[in-house]
Design a protein around this ligand. Structure first.
Ligand code: ADP
Ligand code: MG
Length: 912
């Protein structure tokens, strides 16, 4: 098969103990190491168990083969760990050898040093081998199965791959079926990745000892400030200061260098000038430090590269550079190593930010509310530790009940989406949707040295992962206040508004409606019970007006009745301060804070945007200064409830997909067009056909006779059916704009006239004619996919037809789509109500639309060379759907594997 045969590049990854290793193809320089591994570092038992085909050959032969020059049908990967000065040690090797008669099948073998079996070296190597093999079109691994080789069977089983055992005479063979989208493979990958990741973060977030390098004598400098804060925070372990020019600083003895420290710190905070950062990192690595927080900014590309390489080589996790620092409030640690003016108060919000300033603001507000911080990380330029790492940390630590992320860019959004999708099932994950505007995106790009992400893709990511995305920091904190202290509402979005001043009730009702919440009329029986406790003149419509005369008992009773009634999913209580002598909130304080439904308060006289009203049972009622804030918070909580009510992710795989045939078409096209390009109509129809995408029958014709024949076959004479003619030439864009589409043609004469018209208008350009039956009228929709360079394949859906750009009404989701993603994608465009039976029209065939989106998703996930699919329009009616115009584009590109376990590399676009 003619595939893009890029040699896999080196990748860094974590072993199950959290240490860092490098996985890379072997070459001639590795010969001695491979020989040593086979000859000296594997017991005979191990050799027999692990070697398969290699087992009977001498170690020299194995080393020769593994280290031979690169070939397209053979790959050997080694797993290396840094060992001393510039040295590396080989921990294990894997290889595959493609069967010359069956290009989709490869023989594999694995060998791991005796002392490294429990660290998951073999598993990690196989993961990378699977990735490389899929990239080359290999779909099946085979291995000899010696009878005692159950351990190997177990490895594949643990990988979540489907393994079959085949008997061939006396020999048994394992057959492993590879599929990078297989859910069981992906979730076992997650499982291992998570364990390794959390372990690797322990020295960073639970350090037993810490050193600050670059502590100047000058008070107010960054290093000095952090040192003072660490000490003021009464960090549990030893704290050391490094400064070659001072004896003591802040009463603490100074050490001239990292190497001169009296012990090995788990964590080192680096605040030296940019040109010294790489050397300090090397010193730390050589000493055995396990984590760095680099506060310094302004590293050039070379310095950045050296810093990151040093961290990888020495298994150090790195926060920053260009960051504010970190804080950990666990009483066993008590670390406040950040130079913001704020001190993180112990609490339950995990906070990770790219911008230090946003971090300070968030900590201040969370402290003020009493939610406090469990751990805080200012990620800065995110060379290594990213939002994804922190999500996994908070998922596992028992102190975090809210995860707050402020990210301006995404390094590997698909892996992040997968993690977030899982974490949001247990704790809310909140973020600010930063960089919505063009100006905001420019700002994000210039200050985080990473391209900011376009709106539609980012929103797709948030929606699919169940992340609560707010418009700003204020809204985020206001939403966090509700999620932290109150139960989740139900999924209906129904709210009761109750107020002691009618006008405020009306404001609150408007705010609810604007946030997508519903104020239902209250059931008669509930209204009667309310009126029985409320003062004369009250109204029990929704909003409920208690009049200003309401006393604390009546108010508390009414709120309780509403919250427990089952008629609404949340209660919004709005109070105007009166001078009537009784505090209307008194009884609320003595009542329970948590009921079956959430309660939010609005007090227009409140000074802060959000606050808590403490109740006697130790609970908290969130109080807002503005009804809009309260309504938005309730709407976000409702969205979260809806997300949780969705069934866990299942990716549908429609029937009748012929992936192999599709891949053959792709390979064949790319062999003819190495640069890639748009497909001509016939190939377009073939490729869509392999995935069962419902394209209207389209016949390709080149002359008048052909065209008439085709039209006749699609709509026989005398038949009432009509046909459509489309002129085709390579590179055309909007056919109807230039008169290249003639619809509603009836009879031979009309077809002939249309054909002759095309010849007259387009002359030489005309490459051929596409003849289609006229589709039944219906709603014109757009469906398609694009490959985003950062986000990978996205499926798009929206309103279509020739006005598509004008309407600009499209939503996107990351492929592969789950059943729930497909449903929400269908309802996301503003025009979606047209599909569900608008103004008495029957609903369109939704099953067919869902099926088509599932097919597009499969197409997008299976064929990485497919960069664009434009189906416009897809005409949908109650009887079915059909696509009448399709454009597909292919490009040669290596398979991106978003899920492979590997650590980040520096982005190429990094600023100098
Ligand atoms: P383009 O998008 O390049 O202008 P299309 O093939 O999408 O060309 O045709 C333009 C419009 O013509 C469509 O939006 C649709 O309204 C109508 N049309 C095209 N083909 C058919 C068909 N087979 N049946 C019914 N209507 C069609
Ligand atoms: Mg079109």
């Amino acid at each position: 098969m003619a595939r893009t045969m890029s040699q896999p590049t080196a990748a860094d990854a974590l072993l199950s103990d959290g240490g860092t290793v490098t996985i890379r193809p072997l070459d001639a320089g590795d010969h001695a190491a491979v020989l040593d591994l086979h000859a000296n570092r594997m017991s005979p038992d191990n050799q027999r168990m692990r070697f398969f085909a290699m087992s009977r050959r001498a170690p020299e032969l194995s080393a020769d083969r593994l280290c031979a020059p690169a070939r397209t049908d053979f790959l050997a990967l080694g797993c290396f760990v840094a060992a001393g000065l510039g040295e590396e040690q080989l921990l294990g090797v894997v290889e595959y050898d493609v069967d010359s008669r069956r290009p989709m099948v490869a023989e594999i073998a694995v060998a791991v040093a005796d002392d490294r079996h429990l660290l998951g070296v073999g598993t990690l190597l196989i993961e990378h081998l699977v990735h490389a093999a899929l990239d080359r079109g290999v779909r099946i691994f085979e291995a000899e199965a010696l009878s005692e080789n159950h351990a190997m069977l177990q490895v594949f089983h643990d990988l979540g791959l489907r393994v079959e055992r085949h008997l061939e005479g006396p020999e048994a063979r394992f057959v492993v079926l590879l599929d990078e989208n297989d859910e069981s493979y992906l979730s076992s990958l997650d499982e291992r990745g998570r364990g390794a990741d959390v372990l690797s973060l322990v020295p960073l977030l639970h350090p037993r000892s810490i050193a600050v390098v670059g502590v100047s004598e000058r008070p107010g400098s960054v290093g000095r400030t952090v040192l003072e804060k660490i000490r003021a925070g009464r960090f549990e372990g030893p704290v050391w200061a490094v400064n070659p020019h001072a004896e003591t600083i802040d009463g603490l003895p100074c050490h001239p260098s990292v190497a001169a420290l009296p012990g090995i710190p788990d964590l080192v905070v680096v605040a030296v000038p940019a040109d010294r950062v790489p050397d300090v990192a090397v010193d730390c690595g050589q000493l055995g430090v396990r984590a760095l927080v680099v506060l310094t900014s302004g590293l050039d590309r070379h310095q950045s590269q050296r810093l990151l390489e040093t961290c990888r080589r020495h298994s150090m996790r790195l926060v920053g550079p260009n960051c504010l620092g970190i804080a950990q409030t666990d009483p066993a640690v008590r670390l406040d190593a950040q130079f913001g003016a704020v001190v993180a108060a112990p609490g339950s919000a995990g906070v990770a930010v790219q911008s230090g300033g946003v971090g300070i603001a968030l900590m201040e507000r969370l402290n003020a509310l009493g939610i406090g911080i469990s751990s805080f990380v200012s990620l800065g330029d995110k060379y290594d530790v990213s939002g994804n790492d922190l999500l996994q940390w908070w998922e596992h630590d028992r102190r975090t009940d809210l995860a707050i992320l402020h990210l301006e860019s995404f390094g590997s959004p698909r892996a992040f989406a997968r993690t977030a999708r899982r974490v949001t099932r247990t704790i809310p994950v909140l973020t600010v949707d930063a960089g919505r505007s063009a100006a905001g995106r420019r700002g994000a790009a210039s200050h985080t040295a990473a391209a900011a992400t376009p709106t539609v893709t980012r929103q797709a990511l948030f929606a699919q992962a169940g992340i609560t995305a707010t418009a700003g920091i204020g809204e985020l904190v206001e939403t966090a206040a509700l999620l932290h202290a109150q139960p989740l509402p139900g999924t209906t979005g129904k709210v009761a508004v109750i107020s002691n001043a009618g006008g405020i009730g009306v404001l609150a009702a408007d705010a609810c409606a604007e946030s997508g919440l519903i104020l239902p009329e209250l059931p008669a029986e509930l209204a009667q019970r309310l009126l029985a406790v409320l003062p004369q003149g009250s109204s029990a419509a929704n909003p409920v007006d208690t009049t200003a005369a309401v006393g604390p008992d009546a108010l508390a009773t009414a709120v309780g009745l509403l919250a427990e009634s089952g008629a609404v999913d949340a209660v919004l209580l709005c109070l105007a301060p009166t001078a009537l002598g009784t505090d209307p909130m008194r009884e609320l304080r003595t009542g329970p804070a948590r009921r079956t439904r959430p309660i939010a308060l609005v007090r227009l006289d409140q000074q802060t945007p959000v606050d808590y009203l403490a109740t006697h049972d130790g609970g908290k009622l969130p109080c807002y200064a503005d009804p809009q804030s309260a309504a938005r918070a309730l709407a976000h909580a409702t969205d979260r409830a809806r997300w949780l009510a969705q069934p866990a992710a299942a990716v549908p795989r429609p029937e009748g997909i012929d992936r192999e045939a599709a891949e053959a078409i792709v390979d064949c096209f790319l062999a003819d067009h190495p640069e890639g390009g748009w497909l001509e109509p016939v190939v377009t129809a073939q490729l869509l056909g392999c995935y069962g995408v419902p394209l209207v029958p389209s016949v390709w014709a080149t002359g008048e006779h052909d065209t008439l024949e085709a039209a006749g076959s699609l709509a026989p004479t005398g038949h009432e059916h009509r046909v459509v003619l489309k002129a085709y030439w390579p590179g055309q864009v909007h056919k109807s704009d230039v008169g290249a589409v003639r619809t509603g043609l009836h009879g031979r004469n009309a077809v002939r006239d249309a054909y002759r018209g095309f010849v007259r208008d387009f002359g030489e350009r005309l490459a051929g004619i596409v003849v289609q039956p006229q589709a039944a009228p219906g709603t014109e929709l757009f469906a398609g996919m694009v490959q985003d360079p950062v986000f990978g394949p996205l499926v798009l859906f929206g309103m279509g037809g020739t006005a598509v750009d004008l309407l600009d009404d499209r939503a996107a989701r990351l492929a592969p789509l789950t059943t729930a993603d497909i449903r929400t994608l269908l309802t996301s465009p503003h025009g979606a109500p047209l599909l569900f039976g608008y103004r008495g029209a029957p609903p369109v065939d939704l099953d067919a639309l869902e099926d088509m989106l599932a097919r597009l998703s499969a197409l997008a996930s299976d064929l990485p060379q497919l960069t664009d699919v434009d189906l416009n329009p897809v005409i949908a009616s109650k009887d079915g759907i059909s696509c009448v115009d399709a454009r597909l584009r292919l490009e040669p590109r290596p398979t991106p594997d978003p899920y492979l376990r590997r650590l980040r590399r520096l982005p190429d676009t990094h600023q100098e």
